[in-house]
Design a protein around this ligand. Structure first.
Ligand SMILES: *[C@@H]1O[C@H](CO)[C@@H](O)[C@H](O)[C@H]1NC(C)=O
Ligand SMILES: *[C@@H]1O[C@H](CO)[C@@H](O)[C@H](O)[C@H]1NC(C)=O
Ligand SMILES: *[C@@H]1O[C@H](CO)[C@@H](O)[C@H](O)[C@H]1NC(C)=O
Ligand SMILES: *[C@@H]1O[C@H](CO)[C@@H](O)[C@H](O)[C@H]1NC(C)=O
Ligand SMILES: *[C@@H]1O[C@H](CO)[C@@H](O)[C@H](O)[C@H]1NC(C)=O
Ligand SMILES: *[C@@H]1O[C@H](CO)[C@@H](O)[C@H](O)[C@H]1NC(C)=O
Length: 380
């Protein structure tokens, strides 16, 4: 048997090698090109050390684990990580100068690849047209995040990371970002639909419609949380997968949202997305942070006790406010100095004290600034 296959190999290998080496070279060069274009959103993958607890952390969970039973650290407005003032200034030639300061929009400071390597498994991404209204890219409200990176580029980057981390499951929440000054037309809906239903996408995205399954089914793949709807695309183009959390059901700025994403099975998502605290001017960082912390922990507390088979998503992130001085997303997450800790510092001991409980998905801003927070969310 062994000698037979060896001689078969000897017979076929020389021919195959030449062709497949050329193919491989071409594939590698094409991927490298895509990753270069994707870098403003993806960053560069510097790998993760095997000694890190958060590298490939899902490896240690059994295949049969239901995703809704897991604790999944996520990032809010994940693509804003490099949206510093320098980046904003460099984009003025596309946007004009009439954009509020970058600090209002920046919610992260680690790249998507860094996030993945640090254990983040849920991403909040918002698409609209890139400048020119032809390709689709990433925005946070008025802020254009990268002028030439496309959604396709970023999906390729995620696929390539998953190929190297086949035990991991990654959830992608995708919104259509309005308020960017770009059109929302049929071409846009057709384009995102084509991206999501391509042959390649069908290999890398979990294809189950209307339910979240097990970790085993989701490993090596992306799981889709669809936060936009197709309003213009003909209904005949109806292939759907993932779960639908449509904007009209996602009550704006609410500490407690319930969305039934499958009416047959009564599968629900319980969501806290209270991002605009709305206290009077002068309330200050400490008071705003306390309100946000209370809303977040009230929701996560429910996740630890109620509806064990339903999805919980809690946003620990908040929006820039109109306070004087204003609280930016960074101040809300990390405080305004050692005397006033942010939501993240307060969350760390709160989660650690409840280790072993189900928290569900927790979406963070500037997650990396508080060491141990990701581990505390996961329950490591
Ligand atoms: C991040 O932004 C800086 C400043 O705009 C830029 O020089 C750098 O290339 C960006 N990083 C990536 C990975 O695109
Ligand atoms: C893109 O769309 C916006 C809004 O409709 C429009 O103002 C702009 O001129 C368009 N850009 C191009 C290149 O067509
Ligand atoms: C997906 O599931 C929903 C129920 O959750 C159903 O209404 C819809 O027809 C399904 N779509 C497809 C394409 O199977
Ligand atoms: C930080 O917030 C606290 C409490 O809201 C306030 O008293 C303090 O002046 C703020 N510090 C800075 C540096 O803004
Ligand atoms: C936050 O919750 C704590 C504990 O339940 C309570 O004492 C405090 O008054 C609440 N603060 C705010 C600002 O809601
Ligand atoms: C927590 O659950 C209770 C009981 O269902 C509900 O009344 C409350 O509104 C929930 N809190 C949040 C923040 O969702």
């Amino acid at each position: 048997m062994l000698s037979l296959s060896l001689s078969l190999l000897a017979f076929t290998f020389p021919v195959l090698t030449a062709a497949s080496t050329a193919q491989q070279l071409l594939a590698n060069a094409a991927l490298a090109d895509i990753l270069t274009r994707g870098a403003p959103i993806l960053g560069h993958d510097s790998g993760c050390s095997q000694s890190s607890k958060t590298c490939d952390w899902m490896r240690n969970y059994p295949d049969a684990t239901k995703l809704v039973h897991m604790n999944l650290p996520g990032t809010h407005d994940s693509a804003t990580w490099n949206y510093t003032q320098v980046t904003q200034d460099s984009l003025f030639r596309y946007t004009g100068t009439d954009v509020p300061p970058a600090a209002i929009f920046q919610c992260q400071d680690k790249s998507l690849f860094d996030m993945l390597n640090l254990g983040i498994r849920v991403f909040d991404l918002r698409f609209a047209y890139n400048p020119g209204n032809d390709t689709l890219g990433f925005h946070h409200s008025q802020a254009l995040l990268a002028p030439t990176t496309t959604v396709e580029d970023v999906w390729f980057g995620l696929y390539s990371w998953l190929d190297q981390h086949p035990t991991e499951a990654v959830l992608i929440s995708l919104n259509y970002e309005s308020g960017t000054g770009t059109p929302r037309d049929l071409k846009l809906e057709q384009h995102i639909y084509d991206i999501m239903t391509s042959n390649l996408a069908s290999k890398y995205w979990v294809q189950t419609n209307g339910s979240l399954g097990t970790l085993g089914e989701a490993r090596g793949k992306l799981t889709f949380l669809q936060r936009y709807t197709y309003d213009i695309l003909p209904a005949s183009e109806s292939k759907r997968f993932g779960i639908q959390l449509p904007p009209n059901a996602w009550t704006d700025n609410s500490p407690s949202i319930e969305i039934v994403y499958n009416t047959l099975t009564q599968q629900k998502a319980f969501i806290e997305d209270y991002y605009e605290i709305g206290l009077p001017v002068g309330a200050g960082a400490a008071e705003n942070i306390q309100w946000k912390f209370n809303a977040t922990t009230a929701h996560v507390e429910n996740a630890t006790m109620l509806n064990p088979d339903q999805l919980y998503i809690s946003f620990a992130s908040s929006e820039h406010d109109e306070d004087v001085p204003p609280e930016t997303p960074r101040i809300m997450a990390l405080g305004n100095g050692t005397a006033t800790p942010g939501v993240n510092q307060k969350l760390l001991p709160w989660l650690q004290a409840r280790k072993g409980k189900r928290f569900g998905i927790i979406m963070l801003d500037f997650f990396d600034a508080v060491p141990g927070l990701v581990e505390a969310v996961i329950g490591l």
